[in-house]
Structures are given as structure tokens and as C-alpha cells.
Design a binder for this molecule. Structure first.
Ligand code: SAH
Ligand code: SF4
Ligand code: F3S
Length: 452
């Protein structure tokens, strides 16, 4: 299956299904890039695919279970295609692959190859091997540096792009699988990041979101041989011509350093949007989660950043029903939410993850209590999101146009605050331009505007 040098590989169709976070979205694109030289062309049509990659997420039980139900469907498809003499290679990648590789091979013999997030650069070799020894489980090690060094230059799709700068996590929050699925923290060297950013910009990208599980813990080696902070990296990238917008995700409160906060007030290319997961407003629960900060500390960070950049849109993640969470703890979460005023947020019911300390804690919370708390929290967060969107009505905002809108003649893009914005333009050529529009209506998930 692997192409010999100089020999043109046969054309094959590749379908990649992505679950989970933005890191996985980035990784899926890189897997497509690395398989292109083997003749694999991406397709949107799973039924015609010669290879299906499931890029999986392990963060909550539901995410993991999705993979197994999808593998059930794929088993049928593979059998149908086999009847017509066509082979289908099934690959499980991502965090479930890393955490449950053995179990996947045991539960789903349809899988040809299991590959963890740090081994994507080895995919061509692994695929060749798997073809020879069907069903073999192949190693997934934690060599993040080798991965980045040997992946080909990314192909840009559209005017916005993700760029992974940091991987892994050493924080070991007691509920979370990421330190086990993604390994220890690792930052890419600055030069490699700059080269990738320049390449994306040459391909028409106007906005880059730097990615990492804890992106503000970035400490990559700079061209001067010293460790650079995320703020230094952002400041450096901001000098690239035609790279108009910078974002970063996801951040940890403990790494919200003064230089990064200050940069929000100084660097115009850095968008006024901050995703800063807090999980809960209860100090008791924060402690049990091993988050190593208090609610007060989080509020102080928000204060500071609003002083630097008063209009910043703040977003967060919340978990309700962590083991031992009492009514009073949940009230403390609502209190923190009301005190902050979020522009958007994600909230989840605590999901017990095998192998994590919280899974072993006594006092697991009953499902109906989690449900009630989630609904109560989401009602408040929804009101805040609505209020934030409504507050934009009448303002003129620069929108980076990403694609045609849903209706003919419309354009669609994002505000500096990450809101989706639609407006009448009758100008298909606006894609990639930043245009001022006046917001005339707002709903929970988008804004409607008129060209200003
Ligand atoms: N590194 C990031 C995000 C990690 S995963 C951070 O530290 O913020 C994204 C979100 O999933 C987390 O912020 C958390 O809210 C949620 N999450 C993680 N583990 C979970 C679990 N066991 N149950 C429910 N939600 C979880
Ligand atoms: Fe998970 Fe905590 Fe690391 Fe975020 S900081 S990835 S929640 S362990
Ligand atoms: Fe899921 Fe792995 Fe991301 S567990 S959230 S895909 S780091």
C-alpha cells in the first residue's frame, strides 16, 4: 500500500470523522496532509471511502461511547463494500485510541489500526504495516516533537486556521483524562510556529487561532535560545503582514500572566475574546478538582483583563455535579457566573472517567441532581449570552468574511468577539476581507448586520 519512490500511488478516498476539541480538528487536517502523498484524497462521503479515520475524544463517557456505536455502523459498511470486492481500512485515532487501544481492538475487530495523537507522522508506515498484518495493534508513543518535525506543511482551507503550538497537560485536574491521553506538556519552537503561520498566510489565511490544552502555559524556545511566553509569541506573530487577527485557546487561570493580560490592551490584532475555563465557583470543589486557584482569583483575573481591554468577551467551561458538590457549592457557581457576565460558555455534567482520581471519590452526585443543576446553570448562561449579543445592536463591528451566508446574496463571518455575523452584501469577492458592518439584530447564536 505504501508508495515506492517514483511510483505514482493509486487514488484512494479518505474520510475523517472528527470528535472532541479544536486540537483534534487541527490533527485531522494534519492526518489528511500526511496521507496525501500515499494517494489518499479527502472525501465528504463516508460510503465511498477506502479509508475511514475516526479521530476520537475521551473527555466524557458519551464522547467515548459514540466511537463504539460508529464502529458498529462501520462494520456493516465494510461488509457491504467487501461484497463488491472493495477493501475498507478502519483507523481509530485520537484520545480514545490512546486511552483504550487494547479495548478497541478487543471490542471492535473491524478496526485495522489504532493510533494515538503523538504518532500521526508515522501513519503512512503504520498503515502499510497494518495492511500486512491486519488487526495488529500498533504503538502510540509520546514523542510530540518528532510528530511536529516530520509532518508536512499544512494546507490551508479558508481564511481562518488553527495552529497547534502546545500539547499535553501536566495539571492533572482530578476529573480529567487529558494528561493521560495527550501526555506531558510540550511547546513547539517559535521558529517552526512562525514558519507555519507564514505558510498559512501565503495560502490566504487572515486569522490564526493558536491551540494548546493549556495554551497560555506555552514556553517554546525562541530564536534567541530563551523560552518565550505566549504573549511574546503572539506579539511576534502580530508582525506578519496580512495576518490580521490572532486568537488563542484554551487557557488556564493559573497561567493568565501579566504580559498576556497587558497584550490584550496593546495589540490590535489580538482579538478581544478570552476562553478561560473555571469549572466551578466553589473553592471547596476547586480544591477537590486540583485546580489550584480560588473563585476570587478567577474574578481578579477577569477584573484585570477588563481593565486592559474593557470590551473583552469572556467565555468559560463549567462542570456541575462534581463528586461532593453540595447545593451551596452550586450556588457559589451561579454567584461567580453572575459576577462575571459571560459572553458564551460551555457547561457539562460531571462524567466519571476511569483512571482519574475523581472517579474513585465517594459522594458521586445522582444524575437527576446533575440534570437540574445543569439546566439552572445553562438558563443563566443563555441569558448572559443573549444579553451580550443584544448589547452589540447599533454598533459597527469589523467582520472577517469567511464564506457566503445561508441565503443568496449574504456573506457570513465573525465579529472580534467570535460571534457569527450574517449580512447582505451581494459581493462573493468579500471572502477574506475585514469589513465594517452595523449590527441590527441579535439572537442567541448569531448577529444580523448591514454593510456600514
Ligand atoms: N485544557 C482545557 C480544556 C480541557 S477539556 C482546560 O483546562 O480548560 C474541555 C472541558 O471539558 C473542560 O474545561 C471541562 O469543563 C470539561 N471536562 C473535562 N473532563 C470532564 C469530565 N470528566 N466530565 C465533564 N466535563 C469534563
Ligand atoms: Fe484537563 Fe485540567 Fe489539564 Fe485542562 S488543565 S486539560 S481540565 S487536566
Ligand atoms: Fe477530547 Fe482529547 Fe480533545 S479527550 S477534548 S479530543 S484532548
Amino acid at each position: 500500500m505504501a508508495a515506492e519512490k517514483g511510483q505514482k500511488p493509486a487514488l484512494k478516498r479518505l474520510y475523517v470523522e472528527t470528535y472532541g476539541c479544536q486540537m483534534n480538528v487541527y490533527d485531522s487536517e494534519r492526518m489528511k496532509d500526511v496521507l496525501a502523498p500515499l494517494g489518499y484524497t479527502p472525501t465528504e462521503d463516508q460510503s465511498s471511502a477506502d479509508m475511514v479515520i475516526l479521530n476520537t475524544c475521551h473527555i466524557r463517557e458519551k464522547a467515548t461511547e459514540k466511537v463504539y456505536s460508529e464502529l458498529g455502523r462501520l462494520r456493516e459498511r465494510k461488509a457491504e463494500r467487501a461484497k463488491e470486492g472493495m477493501d475498507t481500512t478502519i483507523v481509530v485515532a485520537g484520545c480514545v485510541a490512546q486511552a483504550e487501544g487494547e479495548e478497541i481492538m478487543a471490542r471492535a475487530p473491524v478496526v485495522d489500526l489504532v493510533v494515538g495523537p503523538q504518532a500521526y507522522h508515522k501513519l503512512p508506515e503504520l498503515i502499510a504495516k497494518a495492511a500486512r498484518a491486519k488487526g495488529e495493534r500498533l504503538a502510540a508513543d509520546f514523542d510530540a516533537e518528532a510528530k511536529f518535525d516530520s509532518l508536512p506543511e499544512p494546507k490551508a482551507e479558508g481564511v481562518t486556521a488553527f495552529l497547534s503550538v502546545q500539547e499535553g497537560c501536566d495539571k492533572f485536574c482530578t476529573f480529567c483524562v487529558v494528561p493521560y491521553t495527550r501526555g506531558a506538556e510540550f511547546s513547539r519552537p517559535v521558529d517552526a510556529i512562525v514558519a507555519e503561520a507564514r505558510s498559512l498566510v501565503r495560502q490566504g489565511v487572515r486569522e490564526i487561532t493558536l491551540l494548546g490544552q493549556n495554551v497560555n502555559a506555552f514556553h517554546g524556545t525562541g530564536p534567541d535560545g530563551k523560552d518565550w511566553s505566549l504573549a511574546q509569541l503572539l506579539g511576534h506573530l502580530a508582525k506578519i503582514d496580512r495576518l490580521d487577527r490572532l486568537r488563542y485557546a484554551t487557557s488556564h487561570p493559573n497561567e493568565m500572566t501579566d504580559d498576556l493580560i497587558a497584550l490584550h490592551g496593546e495589540e490590535e490584532k489580538l482579538m478581544p475574546y478570552l476562553h478561560l475555563p473555571v469549572q466551578t465557583g466553589s473553592d471547596r470543589v476547586l480544591k477537590a478538582m486540583n485546580r489550584k486557584h480560588t473563585a476570587e482569583r478567577f474574578l481578579a483575573i477577569i477584573d484585570k483583563i477588563r481593565k486592559a481591554r474593557p470590551d473583552i468577551a469572556v467565555s468559560s467551561d463549567f462542570i456541575v455535579g462534581f463528586p461532593g458538590e453540595r447545593d451551596q457549592d452550586f450556588e457559589d457557581t451561579l454567584k461567580l457566573v453572575r459576577a462575571t457576565g459571560f459572553a458564551s460558555a460551555f457547561s457539562f455534567k460531571y462524567s466519571r472517567r476511569p483512571g482519574t482520581p475523581a472517579a474513585e471519590m465517594m459522594a458521586q452526585i445522582p444524575e437527576d441532581v446533575k440534570d437540574a443543576r445543569l439546566q439552572a446553570l445553562q438558563a443563566v448562561l443563555r441569558d448572559q449570552q443573549n444579553a451580550f449579543n443584544q448589547s452589540q445592536i447599533g454598533r459597527t463591528l469589523p467582520v472577517l468574511v469567511e464564506r457566503p451566508g445561508r441565503r443568496p446574496g449574504q456573506s457570513q463571518g465573525r465579529s472580534p468577539y467570535m460571534q457569527a455575523v450574517h449580512f447582505e452584501s451581494h459581493r462573493p469577492d468579500l471572502i477574506g476581507e475585514i469589513v465594517p458592518v452595523t449590527i441590527c439584530a441579535a439572537s442567541l447564536n448569531s448577529l444580523t448586520a448591514e454593510a456600514a
